[in-house]
Design a protein around this ligand. Structure first.
Ligand code: CU
Length: 366
C-alpha cells in the first residue's frame, strides 16, 4: 500500500512540474475561452460546500463515488479472517464465544444529486440527496469454534440515504481570500432497518437486520457545521482548507443508537494549467467516535454487529483534476475527478479498511 501511494504521489509531482513548463511555453490560455469561470475556481470535487454563488445564480450537480474496502485491521495493523474468527470476542449472550462471520470485501456506490442557489451575495443555499448501493462479502466459519470455513455469502442494501440542507454564509472576502461558514442539517431519510439473508455458522440461512455499516442512513437529525477558506495567488495557484463535522442532534434513533460524531479537516492546493483545466493535491484527516447505544435486532456473531467496532482516525491523500468546457454548446459545464488513497488508519476495534475511492462529478451554474 505504502509503495503504491508513493508512486501515485511521484507521478502527480512529475505531472505538476512538467506541465508548468509546457503551459508557459504554449500559453494557450485565452484562445477561444468563452466560459464565465475557470477550472480551478472550484475545490477538488470531493470537497462539499467549497464555494458560494453570486446573487440569483443556480447550480446543479451530480457526483458519483465508488469506494472499495478489502481486508480488516485492528488499530493500525492488518488482521486475517482466521485470527478474527478464533480470537475476537462475540459480545452477545447466548452465541459463540468468538465471532464466526468475517467480512472480507465491501464496495459502496453513491449517486449524489445537488442544487445550489444564492438568494443574496452573502448566502448560498445548498441541498443534496444521495442514492447508494452497498455490497459486503463475508466468510462464515463452521460451528462454535475453530477455523474451518463453511462458505461465503454477500449482502446488499440499496436506496436513498440522508438528505442534507446547508447554508453557506460569507464571512470575509478580499481579492486573494474568501472565508465562509457552512451550517447544515442532515434529515434522516435513509432506511436503518434493511435486512438480508445470511449464512449462519450452523449452516442455516436466516434473514436478519443488517449491521450498522450496511444501513443507508444515520436515523438521527445531524448538525453539519463547518468553515471554509479559499486562497489564491492571483495567477495559477489556488489553495484552501475546510473543517467540517457531523454532530448528532439526538441521543438515539428509533432503533436505539446514534453514530459517533465525526470531525474532518482537509486542505488542498491546485494549479491551473489552462483556464479550462487544473489539477489538485489534497490531504484530509477524519476522526469519528464509535456508535453509542445499540440496535437490539443486530446481534449476529460478526464484528460489524458490535458498536465498538466503528470510528477511528484516518488520513487520506487525494489527487484530482477539474475541467470547464471553454466553448461550444456545453460551455460552462464542469467535469471533475478525484481519487483518494489512505495514508494512515487507526481504527477502533476490528474493522474493514478503506483502500481507495474515486469520485467523478458534473456541475453547471446558470
Ligand atoms: Cu455551486
Amino acid at each position: 500500500m505504502k509503495s503504491s501511494f508513493l508512486s501515485v504521489a511521484a507521478a502527480a509531482a512529475i505531472l505538476l512540474f512538467s506541465g508548468t513548463a509546457q503551459a508557459s511555453e504554449l500559453n494557450l490560455d485565452n484562445k477561444g475561452f468563452h466560459a464565465k469561470s475557470t477550472a480551478s475556481a472550484h475545490a477538488p470535487i470531493g470537497v462539499m460546500g467549497d464555494h458560494m454563488h453570486k446573487t440569483g445564480e443556480w447550480m446543479l450537480s451530480y457526483r458519483y463515488m465508488h469506494m472499495d474496502m478489502n481486508g480488516n485491521r485492528t488499530g493500525t495493523t492488518h488482521i486475517s479472517p482466521d485470527t478474527i474468527a478464533t480470537t475476537l470476542i462475540n459480545p452477545f449472550a447466548g452465541g459463540p464465544a468468538t465471532v464466526r462471520v468475517v467480512p472480507t470485501d465491501m464496495t459502496m456506490d453513491m449517486h449524489m444529486i445537488g442544487g445550489m442557489y444564492a438568494p443574496t451575495d452573502w448566502l448560498t443555499l445548498m441541498a443534496m440527496g444521495m442514492w447508494q448501493n452497498k455490497e459486503m462479502d463475508h466468510i462464515t466459519y463452521t460451528g462454535m469454534a475453530g477455523a474451518v470455513p463453511l462458505g461465503t455469502f454477500t449482502t446488499e442494501s440499496e436506496g436513498w440515504s440522508d438528505t442534507k440542507l446547508t447554508g453557506l454564509f460569507r464571512l470575509y472576502q478580499d481579492p486573494h481570500n474568501h472565508i465562509h461558514a457552512n451550517l447544515g442539517l442532515s434529515v434522516p431519510t435513509g432506511s436503518i432497518t434493511e435486512q438480508a439473508q445470511v449464512l449462519a455458522p450452523n449452516n442455516t440461512r436466516p434473514t436478519l437486520r443488517m449491521p450498522y455499516a450496511m444501513q443507508l442512513g444515520t436515523g438521527t437529525y445531524d448538525l453539519l457545521p463547518g468553515i471554509t477558506w479559499n486562497g489564491n495567488d492571483g495567477d495559477r495557484w489556488r489553495w484552501g482548507a475546510q473543517y467540517n463535522a457531523e454532530i448528532r442532534l439526538e441521543d438515539e434513533n428509533d432503533e436505539g443508537y446514534s453514530w459517533g460524531n465525526k470531525h474532518q479537516l482537509t486542505g488542498w492546493a491546485s494549479y491551473e494549467w489552462q483556464k479550462w483545466m487544473s489539477t489538485s493535491i489534497r490531504l484530509s484527516a477524519t476522526e469519528q467516535s464509535e456508535i453509542d447505544g445499540s440496535d437490539p435486532l443486530i446481534t449476529a456473531p460478526v464484528q460489524t454487529a458490535n458498536p465498538d467496532n466503528y470510528g477511528g482516525r484516518t488520513f487520506e491523500a487525494g489527487f484530482g483534476a477539474n475541467f470547464i468546457i471553454p466553448r461550444g454548446p456545453l460551455v460552462d459545464h464542469r467535469l471533475a475527478i478525484e481519487a483518494t488513497v489512505p495514508v494512515h488508519r487507526d481504527l477502533n476495534g476490528v474493522q474493514m479498511e478503506r483502500d481507495w475511492s474515486v469520485m467523478i462529478g458534473w456541475q453547471y451554474a446558470f
